[in-house]
Design a protein around this ligand. Structure first.
Ligand code: NAP
Length: 559
């Protein structure tokens, strides 16, 4: 329970959490921050503000954008990425058949090419430089490194064993999008007929679409070449994907599905799939469901789409049967497995996946505030499959020296201001709070790390579309702006009138450490290379998927 500092209130500062010299000197000066005066005059700070943004995905770039718009020539931003490539989730998360969504990279590229911005790719925080060093070199650091891990089901058979066959959706998405960390994932679609996807959010739909749609849908996209070969086969080995059915396993019903109608419609109508339900009663609606659909148009729309697709598929089966056709044109099947909770991944003697055991559930309003939850019924089924994808949500990872809420998988924060380590365990504050205040006792005050901020999935959890980060970045930059004058003053106290060295100092440090930093011009070499290879193959882009090869194309000598 915390009362969060908001504009006009003083904020408790504890010197043990202030971990670089200018920040410490700020604490010593006993300044009372967040006064209304600072927040309202923050646009008129005289000196240049040096900000480091860690992560060059949408949250990172929107943060840079907001900073540039707010401070004009009075800001310089270093934007870091652990990979030689920018754009985070836009490059390795957005589905290849959603190229329009990727157009946002044009805007991000203009931002990165701005003289007030230094892109530093191939820099891993924690290996090449640490957060305290970044803080010492800049007035402020904004953590925007996203969610690069996964929630766990916590069921037997889930973990990677020699037989493989179980992947998080993130890994699978990284694999088909050519992320270097998933390049060598052991996926062989020529041996997989049936896939169980746990979860029914939009990521689950992306996975299902990739597995079920005709491969021709991806030929001209930037789907990684190794994934395209698996989907289509090739002249030498033949092969291609053997996947004929995908089961979307949802622990609740169609009315509670997390996916959105537009994405569901695309899967049901554009990809040549036949939609089925695991049992006829799965589309029966309760009174509570009806009320939910009445209240929320999107939920009603999802239900209608599922019902219509299932009815259309069974009518098509009946018509084909009546016409005496033994098998209608071979389509691929999408099974909705509603009210099914995964309880075990089944494996054969060789460790290969043979099925997913699920428990039938009923949905009850037993959650907080009467929200619906899935309750086990004691009845079990087995879904035969050779591969299981866990699409139950991404999770962020901690970085050394910064508080982390392991349960929620976020950095505890108040409107983007990172809370101190000691307070973090007590927090469930909530970055989601846009008002800058949260519930709590009147005497409790959350202490924030002055000069350390967070944005994006790392701040609020893995929800929302790319555009959600725009609003999120605005909130974090507002918080930073509220502190800017104090940060500038602290920088001056520890570094003299020039303030901290910012990107120039960071580049010098990395050079001294022998880090092969991929600046914007080097990335453009790789970008041009990929685009040219794509043009030659009649594709949008042919991605380079190994870091070593990326560095070679970027102009580094690679043994
Ligand atoms: P999500 O929308 O949160 O969906 C997670 C799914 O996993 C839900 O069906 C959830 O079921 C289920 N789940 C969670 N924990 C579970 C457990 N322990 N056991 C069984 N099932 C469990 O997450 P996401 O699909 O990863 O998407 C993340 C965000 O990215 C979303 O906001 C999504 O809209 C966005 N996104 C958008 C697009 C697009 O616009 N095209 C594409 C991809 C992603 P319950 O509902 O029962 O908890």
């Amino acid at each position: 329970m915390l009362r969060l500092a908001s504009q006009g209130a003083s904020l408790a500062l504890s010197s043990n959490s202030l971990c670089n010299s200018h920040i410490a000197s700020l604490a010593c000066s006993g300044l009372r921050l967040w006064s209304a005066a600072f927040t309202t005059t923050s646009n008129s700070v005289p000196e240049k503000l040096h900000v480091c943004v860690v992560g060059s995905g949408p949250a990172g770039f929107y943060t840079v954008d907001r900073l540039l718009k707010r401070y004009g020539d009075r800001v310089h931003v270093s934007i870091l990425d652990r990979l030689p490539t920018p754009f985070g989730l836009v490059r390795s998360g957005v589905a290849p058949d959603h190229q329009d969504t990727k157009n946002v990279t044009n805007q991000f590229s203009s931002i990165a090419a701005d003289p007030r911005v230094s892109f530093l790719g191939n820099v891993l925080v924690g290996r090449d430089v640490d957060v305290n060093e970044l803080r010492a070199l800049h007035h402020a650091v904004v953590l925007a490194y996203g969610a690069e891990s996964d929630r766990r089901l916590g069921i037997p058979g889930e973990d990677v064993v020699p037989g493989g066959g179980v992947f998080s959706a993130r890994e699978f998405v990284w694999w088909y999008n050519g992320h270097p960390d998933a390049r060598h994932l052991h996926i062989d679609l020529s041996k997989v007929r049936s896939v169980a996807v746990c979860g029914i959010g939009n990521v689950a739909l992306d996975c299902a679409r990739t597995l079920l749609a005709p491969p021709s849908r991806f030929v001209h996209t930037d789907l990684a070449a190794h994934a395209l070969t698996q989907l289509m086969g090739d002249h030498q080995t033949g092969g291609g994907s053997a996947v004929r059915e995908v089961h979307l396993v949802a622990r609740r019903g169609p009315v509670q599905a997390a996916c959105t109608p537009k994405e569901l419609k695309e899967l049901l109508t554009d990809c040549g799939v036949s939609a089925r339900t695991a049992a006829p009663d799965q589309l029966t609606v309760s009174e509570a469901d009806s009320a939910e659909m009445k209240a929320t148009r999107l939920k009603r729309r999802v239900f209608e789409l599922v019902s219509k697709a299932v009815a259309d598929a069974s009518a098509a089966d009946a018509a084909a049967g009546a016409a005496g056709g033994s098998s209608p044109q071979r389509r691929r099947d999408l099974f909705f497995q509603f009210y099914r909770n995964p309880v075990e991944v089944l494996r054969g003697p060789d460790g290969a996946v043979t099925g997913l055991r699920v428990e039938r559930t009923v949905v009850r309003p037993d959650g907080p505030g009467g929200t619906s939850v899935a309750v086990g019924s004691g009845m079990f089924d087995t879904i035969p499959c050779e591969m299981v994808l866990k699409s139950i949500g991404y999770k962020s990872l901690p970085v050394q020296g910064v508080a982390f809420d392991c349960r929620r998988g976020i950095i505890p924060n108040v409107a983007g201001r990172v809370l101190q380590q000691a307070d973090a365990s007590a927090s469930s504050p909530t970055s989601a709070s846009t008002s800058g205040s949260a519930e709590g006792g009147p005497d409790e005050v959350a202490a924030a790390n002055v000069g350390l901020y967070v944005v994006g999935w790392l701040k609020r959890g893995p929800t929302g579309i790319i555009g959600t980060n725009l609003v999120d970045a605005e909130e974090t930059v507002d918080s930073l702006a509220g502190d800017a004058e104090a940060l500038l003053r602290a920088g001056e106290m520890s570094h003299g009138s020039a303030g901290p060295p910012g990107a120039a100092g960071l580049e010098a440090l990395l050079r001294q450490r022998g880090v092969r930093v991929v600046g914007w011009r080097r990335w453009r070499l790789l970008d041009e290379h990929e685009l040219a290879a794509g043009r030659a193959a009649g594709r949008v882009r042919e991605k380079v998927t190994e870091v070593r090869e990326m560095l070679r194309v970027c102009g580094f000598a690679v043994e």
